[in-house]
Design a protein around this ligand. Sequence first.
Ligand code: 0O2
Length: 210
Amino acid sequence: MKHWDEFLAPYKQAVEELKVKLKGMRSQFELENCHSPIEFVTGRVKPIASILDKANQKNIPLEKLGSELQDIAGLRMMCQFVDDIKKVVELLRKRNDFEIVEERNYISHKKKSGYRSYHVVIKYPVQTINGERKILAEIQIRTLAMNFWATIERSLNYKYKGQFPEDIKMRLQRAAEAAFWLDEEMSLIRSEIKEAQIEFSRKTDSTDQE
Ligand code: 0O2
C-alpha cells in the first residue's frame, strides 16, 4: 500500500496543480468579460483497481506503468460548443509549463462505440523534494453533450462489463447520434447569436452617428 501511495503521489500533485491551472484559464476569460471556451474542469487520479485492469488488458508490466499508461493523471475540460474545443487545444499548445506528446482526435474520428472527445497527452514536470519528475497526464476536451453521452455509456459499461445487450447497444448508438446533432444545432444557434450581435452593434453605431 505504501508502494502505491509513493507511486501515485506525483500524479495526485499533478492533478491538483493542473486543475488550478486549467480552471485559471476560465477565470481569465471571465475577467476579460468574454465567452469562455471552457465551461468547467475536472480531474482525477485513476483508481488502483482501474490501473491494474488496464495494465492487464494492455499487457503492461507494472514497472512500465509510468511510461506506458498515459491517463493515471486525468483531466477533463468541458466546453459548450464544438468550436470551443479547437480554441482550448490551441491554448494548451501555447503553454510552456508542459509538453504535448500526443493528440488523439476522436471527434473527426469517433470511436466505434460512438465516443467523441479530443485527447491531449502531456508530459508535466512535478517538483518534488527529490527533484523534478516528469509524468504523463491525459487531458480530455469535450462538449457538454459528448460528456453526457460518455458518462452514461461509462456507467452502463460498468454494469454490463462491455457486453451490452443489442437493444442497449442500439440505443447508445442513437443517443450518440442525438448528442452529435445537439452539438450541431447548438453551433448553428451560436452563429445566429453572433450574427445578431454584429447586426445589433452595426445598428447602434449608425444611430449614434445620426
Ligand atoms: P476511465 O474510467 O475514464 O479512466 P483504450 O485502449 O481505447 O482504452 P487508450 O489507448 O489508453 O485507451 O487511450 P484513449 O482511447 O485515448 O483513452 C482512453 C480513455 O478515453 C478512457 O479511459 C475513457 O476515459 C475515454 N474513452 C475512450 N473510449 C471510450 C468509450 O468508448 N466510452 C467512454 N465512455 N469513454 C471512453 P479508461 O481508462 O477506459 O476509463
